[in-house]
Design a protein around this ligand. Structure first.
Ligand code: HEM
Length: 229
């Protein structure tokens, strides 16, 4: 059997693969936020130009998207498998959670990972249907940028965030993504062996900082567009 399949069958292998896929997805989310910040310029051309440049990568973009899908699928499959195994081992949850010795880090985030993860997955499906596969040039969402006719993605985003319930859905989902990351980033480093009494608080703090920065960054877009612009 291939070593990777053997590794995935062991609980340590699952943890490592979860951690590697998690940190890779975090890198994607950081890059996605940096690109989307162009929306805040309030000028449609720079965002449409950026989206069009990505599209012009052609085969390379498809390759990156296939990689991204594989990362998501691996992460989700292992998460569900670990959740079901733990549930089978302990069908009735703890009556009371009590720490022995020092309190553990980020208790709330750690116990809700599977639930916040499911919400993020639902969010992602709605998000992709709307923005990735939503209206385009054929439906009249077209803009002239640098002498080229490109998909007016900027208009699609701005129009989407005119709806209160859509903004509400984004605010709830992104806040839950923040909670997911607040435990996930730290936990991924732990799984990769980055654990030391001196450095663990630093890693934990960095995880929280990444989670808060990413969620505030993503939250700023629907909130600014709906309430201020
Ligand atoms: C307010 C926040 C967000 C905005 C305005 C936004 C905007 C967009 C837009 C416009 C696209 C389509 C890009 C294109 O077709 O070229 C897109 C794609 C995507 N978004 Fe977001 N996004 C946001 C938050 C998120 C979050 C939090 C995640 C992850 C949890 C995410 C994951 C993705 C993914 C995976 C794609 C598909 C990428 C690809 O296939 O190239 N987005 N987003």
């Amino acid at each position: 059997m291939l070593p990777v399949f053997t590794a995935v069958r062991s609980s340590v292998g699952k943890k490592v693969l979860m951690a590697v896929t998690a940190l890779s997805l975090v890198l994607f989310v950081i890059a996605h936020l940096l690109g989307n910040l162009k929306l805040l310029g309030r000028e449609s051309d720079s965002f449409n130009r950026y989206a069009h440049k990505l599209e012009s990568l052609g085969g390379l973009l498809y390759l990156a998207e296939i990689g991204l899908i594989l990362l998501f699928l691996t992460h989700i499959t292992i998460a569900i498998s670990v959740f079901l195994t733990t549930r089978k081992a302990r069908p009735v949850g703890y009556y009371m959670h009590k720490h022995i010795g020092k309190p553990s880090y980020n208790f709330f985030g750690s116990t809700t990972m599977i639930y916040t993860g499911v919400v993020v997955l639902v969010f992602l499906i709605v998000h992709l249907i709307h923005f990735k596969f939503g209206q385009g040039v054929k439906e009249g969402y077209i803009k002239e940028v640098d002498g080229e006719s490109v998909r007016d993605l900027h208009r699609l985003v701005i129009e989407g965030f005119q709806s209160f319930w859509y903004v509400f859905f984004y605010v709830v989902s992104i806040s839950l993504l923040g909670i997911h990351l607040s435990h996930g980033v730290w936990s991924a480093f732990q799984s990769l062996g980055a654990s030391h009494p001196r450095y663990t608080p630093v890693i934990f703090g960095t995880g929280i900082l990444i989670a808060v920065t990413l969620s505030l960054g993503f939250l700023s877009m629907p909130i600014l567009i709906y309430f201020i612009w």
